[in-house]
Structures are given as structure tokens and as C-alpha cells.
Write a protein that binds this ligand. Structure first.
Ligand SMILES: Cc1ncc(C[n+]2csc(CCOP(=O)(O)OP(=O)(O)O)c2C)c(N)n1
Ligand code: SF4
Length: 470
């Protein structure tokens, strides 16, 4: 009698991990469904000639090392983020995209992304390993844990009164219009494995044809966390788990589905158009080739740190510089630390992150201490004089500004921020002309135009102060 043996041809021949010795066994526990599913997908990729065309997204969970096994394109992504990454790859390329996920990954931390990707009908084959627990982290309760099933986080068994009911992913997804194919299978014995094999191949064929979203849920044994033998676990899946999660095809719209969505245009020309790159290159070519200027402004939330940064960025924008403004603040509405980074450049800006500012504006002492050693040699630190004695790093010029006092003296007690803005204008570090600062003021107070002349007056007052003090 001839016997069909599933060949693991779509997998690497051996699996050397982290530069260690080559292994021919996976890292999965004996009897684990992941190992069987890996072989089935590998075999299908090979038989359908998809290895060069497929990108497999591996999750966080026991399948995190899938990229050591599948001989195709591989990406490993953060917990629950596979549908988002799969969407990107699927839309940007003509690849067959596979999202391989466990129940914690897909139905808990990644539930929203899962449903949204299914609802959008992304061209992705999702293989969902439902083993009713968080396997990798030691068997915590998962969204799919059965009522009464004991796990390390529900040692008395899942109680729906406190932990809710098991989540049925196939049925949830079957409520959405877009998916093309939905089936639930099991990996418990040869007959079920053969049915799973068919479903996997079907899902990948649909991807090969570019028809749309497919979802195959795979009931899978985790003998390690269920604390049973492989035979007992498989029996449990067949006899207990399938009562909660009935096997079978929930939808097959393959025949009725046409390939409708055109491939997205991710050509360089199209992307340049979206991001205005061509325009910015033109602008750069016609501008004076000034070096980049990087400014960091830091203080507490509520001190106008972010708006001061916005004003500097607006000043740059108004005279045709490329600018970036990059805020960073804590979760508190008020009082937490807050800073922003502003880059003014002639050419396109690659990253808004600043490590070595030319100018630091420090609104309080903790911010000054935190960032003062980052300032470039020859750079400037402007700080609020209220801090008192301050030690400057070697080669850095420090300017103490009595911001509130100057604002009061100028008859504009709410203008401490404009004082700092005026000092920055007077220093010339930003290499922006005077008109740029006036433009930014006008822009900032556009909704209260009566405040524009008041603040322009303050700007002039500060400029005079800076001539003698800075
Ligand atoms: C953002 C984040 N949260 C939590 C974790 C911890 N973590 C690692 S794997 C995992 C659960 C995986 O369970 P499942 O998706 O069911 O996969 P299995 O291991 O059972 O195959 C968790 C919570 C993490 N790595 N990252
Ligand atoms: S812990 Fe469970 S899911 Fe993870 S490899 Fe072992 S048997 Fe498989």
C-alpha cells in the first residue's frame, strides 16, 4: 500500500538559529499543532510554486521563529500587528501574503486590526492557530479559552461571569461582507489533517489568483500547556473543543469573486506626487544652500514649549525652508515633561529626530540638565533666568532670559513665550530673516489679529534687550 507522506519541501532543509548549530527539528514541543501546520503551509507553497512569490508574516507567540523554517520571504512583526504589516506588503507588492497568528495575537491584542483587515478584504491568507491558550508565555487564558477550561490565569476554570465567553473568530469574520473564504479545521488525526491541508491550499490558491481575504482557523493542540499527552490533547480537541468551535466551511465565494481592485501604485513617481517631493526638490534647488539648523525646546507641559516650536517652524516655512516639528510629551495633560524638535533645512528632511541641536531653549532646570550636553560645540542655550546660577558645558554660549520680567516691562504680561521667540530671532542662530519671525507671529495670532501689533512691539522690545544682553 502506498503512503502519501507530506514533504516539507517549502521549508529550509535545516534550521540553524541565532548562528547556532543547524537543526532539523523545529523549536515546537512534540505534538504541537504549529509543527503540523508549518509543514502543511510549506508543502502548499512548494506545490503551488509560490515560494518566490510569498511573504510570510510571523507573529509574537510560539510561531515567532517561523522565519527560520519557511523558505520564502519572511517578516516578523510586533504582537498583533500582522494584519497591518500584511496589508502594507499586499498593497505595495504583487506578493502572496500570509499572516500566521495565534489566538492571543489575533483575537486579543490584534483583534481590531484583524477585523479591520478582514472588513477591507485585504488580499491576505490568514492562518489562525487556536490552541485556547497563550502558549509561548506559559499557558495564560486566551480569548478562545473554553468555559470551565483551567489555565494559569483562570486556575478554577474560565468563568463567563468574570472572564466572558470564548470568542468565535470564524463566525465574527463571517459577519463581514468582504472575506472570500472562511473555514475552520483541526490538526488532530490524519483525516482532519487532510481536510486542513485542502483548506490551506485553497486559501493560497485564492491568494495566487489575487481574489481577496481568506481566513482559516486551525484548532491545534498545545499538550504542554494543557498538561496532557499528545493523544489526550488531540482527543480533547476532537471531543471538547469542536463542540465550541464547530469545524467546516463557513464561506466560499471563490467562484463569485472577481479580481476587482487594481494594484496600488507605489512607483517612485506616484509617491513623489503624494509627498510633493518633486516640488520640494525644486524649492531646494532655488533656495540659498544654507546648512540645516536644529532647535530643541524643552520644559513642562503648559509652558508653551510645543507652540514655541510651531512658531519657529512656521517662521521657516514662511520663507520657503523645509521644516519638521516633532513633539514629545508624557501622558499628562498639564505639568509633565514636554519637548519638541524643529529642523530648518534647505533640502528634504530625512528624519525629524534631533540628537545634537544648534540651539536649546530650556524652560526649566530639569530640561536644561537633561539636554545641555547634547548641544553642538559652538551652539547656544537660551534658558529662563528664573533658574538662577547655571553651569554651561564648555564651548556653549548660555543666555539667561528673564522672560516674564521682560514681558511685564513691555506691558504684555502674557507674552513670555514671545520674549523667548524674540531672543531666538535676535540671536540669528536660525539663519531666518526678520520677516520670517513677523510672518510666524501673524500666523499664530491669525484668530486674534488685535494681538499681532502688541506682539510685534514686544518682538522689537526684546530685540533691543538682546543687543545689550545676548
Ligand atoms: C506587546 C506585547 N505584549 C505582550 C507580549 C507577551 N506575549 C508574548 S507571546 C504572547 C501570547 C501569545 O499567545 P498566542 O498568540 O495564543 O500564541 P501561541 O504562543 O499560543 O502560539 C504574549 C502575551 C509581547 N511579547 N508583546
Ligand atoms: S507551548 Fe504549546 S503552542 Fe507553544 S510550542 Fe509548545 S505545544 Fe506548541
Amino acid at each position: 500500500m502506498s503512503e502519501k507522506i507530506i514533504e516539507s519541501t517549502g521549508l529550509y532543509k535545516s534550521f540553524p538559529r541565532k548562528g547556532g548549530a543547524a537543526q532539523t527539528a523545529t523549536h515546537y514541543c512534540p505534538g504541537c499543532g504549529h509543527g503540523v501546520l508549518t509543514k502543511l503551509i510549506g508543502e502548499a507553497l512548494h506545490d503551488l510554486e509560490l515560494q518566490d512569490k510569498a511573504v510570510l508574516i510571523s507573529p509574537v507567540g510560539c510561531a515567532v521563529f517561523a522565519y527560520y523554517y519557511f523558505d520564502c520571504g519572511n517578516i516578523q512583526v510586533p504582537h498583533g500587528r500582522a494584519p497591518a504589516v500584511a496589508t502594507g506588503v499586499s498593497r505595495a507588492t504583487d506578493k502572496v501574503v500570509i499572516s500566521y497568528q495565534g489566538d492571543g495575537d489575533l483575537a486579543s491584542i490584534g483583534l481590531n486590526e484583524t477585523l479591520q483587515a478582514a472588513n477591507r478584504g485585504e488580499k491576505i491568507a490568514v492562518f489562525f492557530v487556536n490552541n485556547t491558550v497563550y502558549g509561548m508565555t506559559g499557558g495564560q487564558m486566551a480569548p478562545t479559552t473554553l468555559v470551565g477550561e483551567k489555565t494559569v490565569t483562570c486556575p478554577n476554570g474560565r468563568d463567563p461571569m468574570t472572564q466572558g465567553y470564548p470568542v468565535h473568530m470564524c463566525e465574527l469574520i463571517n459577519n463581514l461582507k468582504a472575506p472570500v473564504y472562511i473555514e475552520r479545521v483541526a490538526l488532530t488525526d490524519p483525516a482532519h489533517v487532510m481536510q486542513a491541508r485542502k483548506a490551506i491550499r485553497k486559501a493560497l490558491e485564492i491568494q495566487k489568483e489575487g481574489k481577496g481575504y481568506t481566513f482559516v482557523e486551525v484548532l491545534s493542540a498545545c499538550p504542554t500547556n494543557l498538561k496532557m499527552s499528545t493523544t489526550e490533547t488531540n482527543k480533547w480537541v476532537n471531543e471538547v473543543m469542536t463542540k465550541e468551535y464547530p469545524l467546516g466551511k463557513l464561506r466560499d465565494n471563490t467562484e463569485a469573486t472577481e479580481v476587482v481592485r487594481p494594484a496600488s501604485d507605489f512607483s517612485k513617481e506616484a509617491l513623489d506626487k503624494v509627498f510633493g517631493a518633486a516640488k520640494s526638490e525644486e524649492k531646494a534647488a532655488s533656495s540659498e544652500d544654507l546648512p540645516d539648523v536644529q532647535v530643541k525646546i524643552a520644559g513642562f507641559g503648559g509652558q508653551g514649549v510645543l507652540s514655541l516650536g510651531t512658531m519657529i517652524a512656521q517662521a521657516g516655512l514662511s520663507v520657503g525652508r523645509n521644516v519638521s516639528w516633532y513633539p514629545s510629551y508624557g501622558p499628562e495633560q498639564r505639568g509633565g515633561t514636554s519637548n519638541c524638535s524643529v529642523t530648518l533645512a534647505t533640502h528634504a528632511i530625512g528624519s525629524p529626530v534631533i540628537y545634537r541641536p544648534d540651539l536649546l531653549v530650556a524652560m526649566n532646570r530639569p530640561s536644561l540638565e537633561k539636554f545641555k550636553n547634547d548641544v553642538k560645540p559652538g551652539g547656544v542655550i537660551v534658558y529662563d533666568a528664573i533658574m538662577g546660577e547655571v553651569e554651561m558645558p564648555a564651548g556653549i554660549k548660555g543666555i539667561a532670559v528673564p522672560a516674564q520680567q521682560l514681558a511685564d516691562e513691555a506691558g504684555n504680561p502674557k507674552g513670555a513665550n514671545t520674549v523667548m521667540f524674540g531672543v531666538i530671532a535676535a540671536l540669528g542662530v536660525t539663519r531666518l530673516p526678520d520677516v520670517a519671525f513677523r510672518n510666524a507671529l501673524a500666523n499664530s495670532f491669525a484668530k486674534k489679529p488685535q494681538l499681532i501689533p502688541v506682539n510685534e512691539k514686544l518682538l522689537d522690545f526684546v530685540r533691543d534687550w538682546a543687543k545689550t544682553h545676548a
